[in-house]
Design a protein around this ligand. Structure first.
Ligand code: FE2
Length: 261
């Protein structure tokens, strides 16, 4: 089972220390990510989103946007598995949409052309169910919340009978999921011990990032905990230059966030 062939992969006997998330992702994929986001996945008494409850989670993609596209890779680091339940469920969304092309061409056309409003906790995403985005091909978007549009309802119906992979991820294992291709969900569990760390990684589709894109990724690493000495050495620049990049990036970000009428 490999990520490129199957859309998912489980890694065992590797470090699950994610204190340095950018280096962790770099080590897994063999390349520098464009952006990394980290979130603990564990039930909380005041939990609202599916990530912070113990309930069944319907199939969906993680579609937080960064520069026009959702994260290419979801990395689920299992700190502690549930005593029972909590298995991950996966469906190959691209394979499902290809299968729909044969038996329901009209629905297939709607899935790849009709923009839908996908409601997420982090905000709405307006997009066809599968489309090309920011240089990435055939990116799936689907919210865990019940759809309110006819195309979404039809797709949810297709998902309910799609071939589903059910994976019990054990403590110490790492599940990699191609988040542009696969939908994921989770079975309910009873105990409150289950704990994952979820890393979302954006991976630049082109061979090389532009100079400004590359510098922005370095600044993001600096801001999210990668030691400056290590970054400066890797980039072949002085720490003074690294801090100048940070200042320029944050000055521009500050301007972009000014209140507008
Ligand atoms: Fe998710």
């Amino acid at each position: 089972v490999t990520l490129a062939r199957d859309g998912w992969e489980i890694l065992r006997n590797r470090s699950i220390d994610v204190a340095d998330p950018w280096a962790f992702v770099h080590g897994l994929i063999g390349a520098r990510p464009e952006m990394v986001e980290v979130q603990p996945i564990r039930p909380r008494p005041d939990g609202r989103s599916f990530a912070s409850t113990t309930g069944f989670t319907p199939l969906h993609t993680d579609s937080q946007d960064y520069r026009g596209v959702s994260p290419a890779l979801q990395i689920m680091v299992c700190k502690r598995a549930a005593a029972s339940g909590g298995e991950t469920r996966l469906v190959d969304g691209r394979a499902l949409i290809d299968a729909i092309a044969n038996r329901d061409p009209q629905l297939h056309t709607a899935l790849v052309t009709t923009p839908r409003r996908h409601r997420f906790y982090f905000g709405d995403v307006i997009s066809p169910t599968m489309s090309d985005k920011a240089g990435h091909r055939r990116v799936i978007t689907h919210s865990p919340l019940a759809p309110a549009d006819p195309v979404g309802e039809s797709f949810a119906h297709e998902l309910s009978s799609a071939p589903t992979i059910e994976l019990p991820v054990a403590t110490g294992e790492i599940l990699l999921v191609d988040n542009h291709r696969m939908l994921h969900g989770r079975n309910a569990f009873l105990d409150d011990q289950r704990e994952f760390v979820r890393l979302l990684a954006w991976i630049h589709p082109r061979e090389r990032m532009s100079t400004s894109e590359s510098r922005l990724a370095v600044v993001l690493e600096l801001l999210t905990g990668t030691p400056p000495a290590r970054l400066a050495a890797r980039e072949g620049i002085s720490e003074a230059e690294l801090y100048a990049w940070r200042t320029r990036a944050l000055t521009a970000a500050g301007s972009a966030l000014e209140l507008r009428e």
